[in-house]
Design a binder for this molecule. Sequence first.
Ligand code: SF4
Length: 373
Amino acid sequence: CRAVCPTGAISIHQNVEPVWAALADKDTRVVAQIAPAVRVAVGDKFGIKKGENTLGRLVAALRRIGFDEVYDTNFGADLTVMEESKELVERLESGENLPLFTSCCPAWVKFCENRYPEFRSHISTCRSPQEMFGAVLKEEARINEEKERAEGREPKKTLVVSIMPCTAKKAEIERPEHYTDGVKNVDYVLTTTEITRMIQEAGIDLSQVQPEALDMPFGLASGAGAIFGVTGGVTEAVLRRLVNSSRAEDLEEISFSGIRGVNGIKEATVKLGDREVKIAVVNGLHSAGELLDKMKAGEAHYDFVEVMACKRGCIAGGGQPVPIGPRTKKARLEGIYKIDSMAQIKLSNENPIIATLYDGLLKGKEHKLLHNE
Ligand code: SF4
């Protein structure tokens, strides 16, 4: 069903009812993926300390309400890092379509398409983390379904549900480029607020739930995947991959290059091999407009531009629990960086499941499953 804004300006899909129906259907396998920013916000309505990582509790709650498997969108973010860093290197080498714009925020993509169509070709062809991961999950399901049919069994239908910090992600899954061979990569998006409602409807108090581990094989992600939830995180993750070092000094050098912080526009110059790469990190669409106007006027030149529509990034997305005051934002931001600092794997390319996937299921299908064009 759909909630319609009285002014007619916004029409937001409410997905709680169809997801409850899918969970009750024994012939449907319902798979969840949880976005990086959700885990530091979903505890808000359950009296859990602001910014605390509640991923384990959320996983347990999702299983209790009937999800068959629960995975991490941070794994999808690791895939995005692999593909986007490759794309950046290709564009730096060819000199074409620079700067490369990030594509993981659908509100930014729409803004660029509508207001600055002349820059459309600069947007990365990479699907967003939820879409990459959805395409991989659906491909894996397709292969398994074929096997089951060959063995004479009727397989369950697979439904992918993303738990996301914003409603823009609901619009993203409806776009034609987010179907693979006519199949939707992600079937439903639930915002953090919607999943909170479902957990409450099931009579579960998240603060009392014993944490559980994510399912494997897609439950293992790097710290680089985790920081996608904050402004500057995508850039930092891509730079880690390109510098390709997990030495503490190198990681620190990247994080102190100027890409962290809350300013609307941050600039940094990073040396990659012999080349100085000029970077801008933008949060908030007003700042994005400012930057694009400068670029149009020839007053600013970059090689890589990250844009997140929400100020401070997904931690303050429109589907996150409110109020989101300065203290809450700070706690969520620190919560995300803490997840990264606690992660044993810091680089996306060091995630062993990523390597296995490229050698197996993704072989020869990287472009089809992970890119839009
Ligand atoms: Fe959604 Fe905001 Fe994150 Fe963009 S920055 S993906 S609009 S939560």
